[in-house]
Ligand binder design. Structure first.
Ligand code: PMT
Length: 399
């Protein structure tokens, strides 16, 4: 849904991981949120109040008696925020919050909050696993507070175990997911993304320029909107989105196997991958050597299976099938031909061959076509926004 114009309360309590909440604040600000920070007294032993004040561009709430911008600042904040995130959340904070104790500015403010709350426990492993801490976390969970489990790793006390505060980007990602409307809940989406690579020999291959950005944006958006997402992806240079079932593949044949073994369960199939149309007939098992006597090298190619067309032949009435088309010219003519040939419900045709659209770019210019000949233009925009508009349109089309 995006953080633009949202009001978020960031609670910081006294753990060594408090330094990570500075980066979390930065990420939320960069995404357009108006962030208010409330710190416990112990938190100020780890990170200075001024840092949060400067970066949030708001006064930081630390003391109910000193920070009197109005007589009820904490109530003003509590009633104006769209969500609260507490990172890191110490055992002390968790215990007090679970039992409604309000002995500092953060806890008092939080008792008046009625919007979603996420807390990120972070502490030594034995403390985290202590039955009292776990009981308090259970109470909070039953009360509807979202608990983001800590990571495993090396802790400040030099032990290795559960208790690390997750990285700021991950907390940001999960908060975004929490705040996103779950209009795809209960839907199973099968997605393909990235390029395929077809071996010539053990060190060389035929492929294309797909970075995976467009397909991963759709996977990320669908997961945040509550869908259960299976992402079949060719090789790309970044991690899969959080919360999706991820199936890495290389060749068209491997992608086809993965798609057909998950097809039956899918409600919506979206094929963003740029699949190689041809592959070397007989890839060499040894590295092909340069020859002395010829400048020419020919590689015989054979046609790959058209996975999308096969899915179009097999799909049921209940399944909604979306293809993508990468075109350099005659967008409409090619897109409409593909809808018909591959029995699609919708095709997203994008212009490729320009710097700001198609392969590798962060933005894309897409036109959606439907099988009745209608179309919808999506102007040039960030691929994450294109992904949400694509999903909005699928929801409209599937009722
Ligand atoms: O990954 P990015 O860098 O972000 O770039 C995004 C993108 C440009 C790759 C993406 O937006 C896109 O256009 N993907 C489809 C590219 C493509 O292969 O188009 P096509 O016209 O060749 O294929 C049409 C459709 O058939 C596609 O849905 C494709 O997945 C499918 N297909 C094609 C060949 C094949 N053998 N099997 C298939 O399933």
């Amino acid at each position: 849904m995006g953080f633009k114009n949202l009001h978020i309360l960031l609670g910081v309590t006294g753990g060594i991981a408090a330094y990570k909440s500075v980066e979390l604040l930065r990420l939320m600000k960069k995404a357009g949120a108006n962030v208010h920070v409330a710190m416990s007294r112990a938190a100020m032993e780890f990170v200075g109040k001024t840092t949060f004040e400067v970066l949030s561009e708001n006064p930081v709430l630390t003391d109910l008696w000193e920070d009197t911008h109005s007589s009820v600042t904490h109530i003003d904040i509590a009633t104006s925020v769209d969500a609260v995130i507490v990172a890191p959340a110490t055992a002390n904070f968790i215990g007090k919050f679970a039992h409604g104790i309000a002995d500092d500015a953060l806890l008092t403010t939080m008792l008046a909050v009625t919007t979603p709350i996420m807390i990120c426990p972070s502490m030594n492993t034995d403390m985290y696993q202590n039955i009292r801490v776990q009981r308090n976390l259970d109470i909070l969970e039953q009360d509807g507070v979202h608990i983001l489990d800590p990571d495993d790793g090396v802790l400040a006390c030099k032990t290795v175990g559960t208790g690390r505060l997750p990285e700021p980007w991950f907390i940001f990602d999960r908060l975004d997911a929490l705040l996103t409307q779950k209009d795809l809940a209960g839907k199973k989406i099968l997605l393909t993304a990235g390029p395929t690579v077809e071996a010539i020999d053990p060190v060389r291959y035929v492929s294309n320029h797909s970075s995976g950005k467009m397909g991963y944006a759709v996977a990320r958006a669908a997961e945040r909107r509550g869908a259960s997402v299976t992402l079949v992806s060719g090789p790309v240079s970044f991690d899969p989105p959080v919360g999706v079932e991820f199936i890495p593949v290389e060749s068209c044949d491997q992608m086809a196997d993965a798609v057909f073994s998950h097809l039956g369960a899918a409600d919506i199939i979206i094929k963003v991958a740029a699949v190689a149309d041809y592959r070397p007939i007989d890839p060499s098992t040894l590295k092909i050597k340069k020859t002395q006597d010829s400048n020419d090298l020919s590689i015989s190619m054979t046609e790959n299976m058209d996975i999308l067309k096969r899915v179009g032949d097999l799909k049921t009435e209940q399944q909604f099938l979306v293809g993508f088309a990468a075109e350099t010219n005659d967008l409409e003519r090619h897109a409409l031909a593909k809808i018909k040939k591959k029995n699609l419900d919708m095709i997203a045709a994008n212009l490729v061959g320009t710097e700001d659209s198609g392969f590798k770019a962060d933005t894309n210019k897409v036109k959606l076509f439907f099988k009745d000949g209608a179309s919808k233009d999506i102007p040039l925009m960030d691929k994450n926004r294109v992904a949400h508009i694509l999903l909005d349109t699928i929801i409209e089309q599937t009722g």
